[in-house]
Design a protein around this ligand. Structure first.
Ligand SMILES: Cc1cc2nc3c(=O)[nH]c(=O)nc-3n(C[C@H](O)[C@H](O)[C@H](O)COP(=O)(O)OP(=O)(O)OC[C@H]3O[C@@H](n4cnc5c(N)ncnc54)[C@H](O)[C@@H]3O)c2cc1C
Length: 360
């Protein structure tokens, strides 16, 4: 079978990876794969914590990816990827516990119908036992099923792995349709077409919008934190995601805007102030770089898959591309191999609406 995939973010690359394993001939179109939203992400894999703002569906897709699909994908790659499942911490200063309690109430209310998530309240001593480099004044919770992945390392490894297995076309696509992909110069024919253009797919997803995110990368040789940490603060929330060799990613803002300009002074001040509160030694960290990008987001903040004859478009990965991407890829593979009756998440699937400019 011949597949044309448009967009080489995490969604397009995971689909290319799965299809090549099935022996398909894959052509991947993208003029800017090194500068997409996926390259800007922090690699948090926190399905339980995401329940605060999201549906149980994202939690289920994320738990499945963490427990089954990520280990399976990583085992098939030639290089070892930094991927940890040591749980995560959600913390606050004792004076700010109201925010933390509100958060716990929201997620426990959503999890009641689904007992998969596991968490425990921690004493200060237990926090210090787990993460000695977190300041003593914090109180919080431990979420056992969470983790992190080095998504930049993953994307470059995937790209290298696919290099001699797929045809890469560094081309902007003008139209994506069943059986064909059109660039300015040429019309390409395929048995199946997969549209993974993120924010480039507004012609197919009319409620697609952009949410800007900003991130700071730190190198802190004097600080050792192993697990992702979220800090609740009355004014702003922070997460810190550990990477190898004492690198930490601090994030991330969420601003309703399609603005790719550099990080704002406000975000830098907020993120660094919260980080400094969590561990004053971070004052001596070095800022390696800052990142800004825009998350492809649908009206209900959930992912959606549009399908018609030999055409599949997947979008709305919002802040969850790495959390849920592998489960979405597996769901799509089930659909093309066994049809609609085999789907685990039929609620994700939609026929294009009449008002969408989709052409059959
Ligand atoms: C600051 C920040 C932090 C984040 N942190 C996390 C996190 O910790 N965990 C997590 O799970 N998610 C996180 N995310 C979200 C995650 O990055 C996105 O959900 C994910 O990248 C979306 O992937 P995608 O493949 O759908 O889109 P993209 O990565 O945007 O890829 C789409 C691709 O399509 C290409 N394209 C577009 N139009 C065309 C065209 N006409 N022709 C050819 N190609 C085209 C683009 O060049 C692009 O490469 C974060 C996002 C941001 C901004």
């Amino acid at each position: 079978m011949k597949a044309g995939i448009v967009g080489a973010g995490i969604m397009g690359q995971l689909l290319a990876f799965e299809l090549t394993h099935l022996g398909w001939d894959v052509t991947l179109f993208d003029p800017a794969a090194k500068n997409n939203c996926s390259m800007a992400a922090a690699g948090l894999l926190t399905p339980v914590a995401e329940l605060e703002k999201n549906d149980l569906l994202v939690f289920q897709l994320g738990i499945e990816a963490l427990s089954r699909h990520w280990p399976d994908v990583l085992a098939r790659l030639p290089n070892v990827i930094y991927f940890k499942r040591m749980g995560s911490l959600i913390l606050s200063h004792p004076n700010d516990q109201a925010e933390l309690l509100r958060f716990i109430q929201i997620i426990t209310a959503k999890m009641d119908s689904n007992k998969l998530g596991n968490y425990q309240q921690l004493t200060r001593e237990q926090i210090i036992d787990m993460e000695p480099d977190i300041v003593k004044g914090c109180c919080g919770y431990f979420f056992t099923q969470e983790g992190q992945i080095d998504n930049q390392q993953l994307l470059s490894t995937l790209e290298n792995y696919l290099f001699d297995k797929v045809i890469f076309k560094k081309l902007a696509v003008q139209r994506v349709e069943p059986y064909q992909v059109l660039t300015q110069q040429e019309k390409y024919h395929f048995d199946w077409v997969f549209d993974c253009r993120g924010l480039g797919a507004r012609d197919k997803f009319i409620d697609l919008r952009s949410i800007r995110g900003e991130l700071i990368w730190l190198h802190a040789p004097d600080v050792t934190i192993h697990r992702p940490v979220r800090l609740f603060h009355p004014r702003y929330n922070l997460y810190l995601v550990p990477r190898a060799e004492n690198v930490y990613l601090l994030g991330a803002s969420e601003i309703e805007s399609e603005d790719y300009s550099a990080i704002s002074v406000r975000t830098v001040l907020e993120l660094l102030t919260a980080a400094y509160y969590m561990q004053p030694k971070l004052a001596e960290a070095r800022i390696i770089k800052t990142m800004t990008h825009c998350r492809p987001t649908l009206a209900n903040h959930l992912p959606r898959i549009l399908y018609s004859d030999r055409y599949i478009a997947v979008n709305g990965l919002y802040r969850h591309g790495f959390l849920i991407g592998p489960t979405l890829a597996k769901e799509i593979i089930k659909f093309i191999q066994h049809g609609k009756q085999s789907l685990t998440y039929p609620q994700l699937w939609n026929k294009p609406n009449d008002h969408d400019s989709f052409q059959q």
